[in-house]
Design a protein around this ligand. Structure first.
Ligand code: SAM
Ligand code: SF4
Ligand code: SF4
Length: 333
């Protein structure tokens, strides 16, 4: 098992399959950021064969979980084929996809056929006025809910992620909780994070997990659940008298860098040891220059063994901390 300078093992890999997105969420890729997004060319993207080769190597180095993300992963042509290729890797225990759900109704069946059993769908509001304003392209919540229903119908386990930002969608916390409790679907609240440099993040716009938990438990009593596995990011609760879970991802108010076991692979084949990293290490260039598996594994091991990142903990001590960093849509959430 590979461990870093703070003794954290490498267990999770997030693979971004595209930096493009059909949404312009205000907290991630705001449409009105004053500059044009400059996307990667097709030839710069890793092919499915390159992704699978790297994924296999990562699994041999200890990775047990892979999540496909982006940008919007369902925009990548034939994404189900990639899922099928990754699904065959021996030793990989968990494969999932994080999507905004806009194309899920169409892709749920092929994804299931390819072997996908879990999916995380992002949905920040149920209100038909609030949600389109957040996603920046006018997408209605009904469309995402149809995608979720279809995924469940196909036998895919769904978790819903909601980023909460003060004044944007805090009015939606209780309606979202009540709706997904009723449906028996796990909902996870994510604190608005200072990722990238375009979303104008301010500390006083963060609604903390504690505030959300208090708000919900006044209406719907909750009981805490034990950690499922080492390094679990969400603190989980259950609505009393049900099996339905609700989770809280407190990246800002209670950073979890101490057991952060995640590495990120961007769509152009660079690895990043932290969501807030400014620079990655190129693997795709090495692959295309003919590097052997041993050479690639040595490069990956070197990066992880030298890792010292704990950005969120450091920002906790210094909330105005700023620096050059990569956008979330590029590195993968
Ligand atoms: N497009 C897909 C989606 O939205 O699910 C996958 C990529 S997105 C970058 C991954 C996750 O990051 C989403 O759940 C999104 O809500 C979350 N995210 C993006 N920007 C964020 C921010 N500033 N703070 C907290 N979460 C954020
Ligand atoms: Fe929204 Fe995900 Fe697209 Fe970012 S990558 S703009 S969070 S849908
Ligand atoms: Fe991991 Fe970096 Fe997030 Fe800390 S800030 S939990 S090290 S990705």
């Amino acid at each position: 098992m590979l461990t870093d300078m703070l003794n954290r093992p490498l267990l999770d890999l997030r693979i971004s399959v595209t930096d493009r997105c059909n949404f312009r969420c205000t907290y991630c890729m705001p449409a009105d950021n004053g500059q044009k997004y400059c996307f990667m060319n097709r030839s710069e993207l890793m092919t499915f064969e390159e992704i699978t080769r790297l994924a296999r190597l990562f699994v041999s180095l200890g990775v047990r979980k892979i999540r496909l993300t982006g940008g919007e992963p369902l925009l990548r042509k034939d994404i189900d084929q990639l899922v099928a290729m990754l699904h065959q890797i021996d030793g990989l225990e968990d494969l999932s996809v994080t999507t905004n759900g806009f194309l899920l109704k169409r892709y749920a069946a092929p994804l299931k056929k390819a072997g996908l059993s879990r999916i995380n769908v992002s949905l920040d509001a149920l209100d038909p006025e609030i949600f389109p304003a957040i996603n920046g392209v006018g997408a209605k919540p009904a469309r995402i809910l149809e995608g979720i229903e279809e995924a469940i119908r196909q036998g895919i386990k769904v978790k819903v992620n909601m980023v909460v930002k003060k004044g944007m969608n805090d009015s939606q916390i209780l309606p979202m909780a009540a709706y997904f409790k009723e449906k028996g679907i796990s909902l996870r609240f994510i604190e608005f994070m200072d990722v990238g440099s375009l979303n104008g993040w301010k500390l006083d716009e963060v609604v903390t997990s504690k505030e959300i938990l208090n708000m919900i438990s006044k209406e719907m009593p909750l009981e805490p659940l034990k950690e499922n596995y080492y390094g679990e990011v969400a603190k989980r609760y259950r609505y009393k008298g049900t099996d339905t879970e609700v989770g809280f991802i407190s990246s800002v108010s209670q950073p979890f860098c101490g057991d952060c076991t995640r590495l990120r692979l961007s769509a152009d084949g660079k690895i990043y040891t932290c969501l807030f990293a400014a620079q990655g290490t190129d693997l795709l260039g090495a692959i295309r220059e003919g590097a052997s598996d041993e050479m690639l594994a040595a490069r990956i091991a070197g990066v992880w063994q030298n890792r010292v990142d704990r950005y969120s903990q450091e920002r906790g001590k210094n909330p105005t901390m700023k620096g050059k960093r990569i956008e979330m849509s590029y590195i993968g959430g």
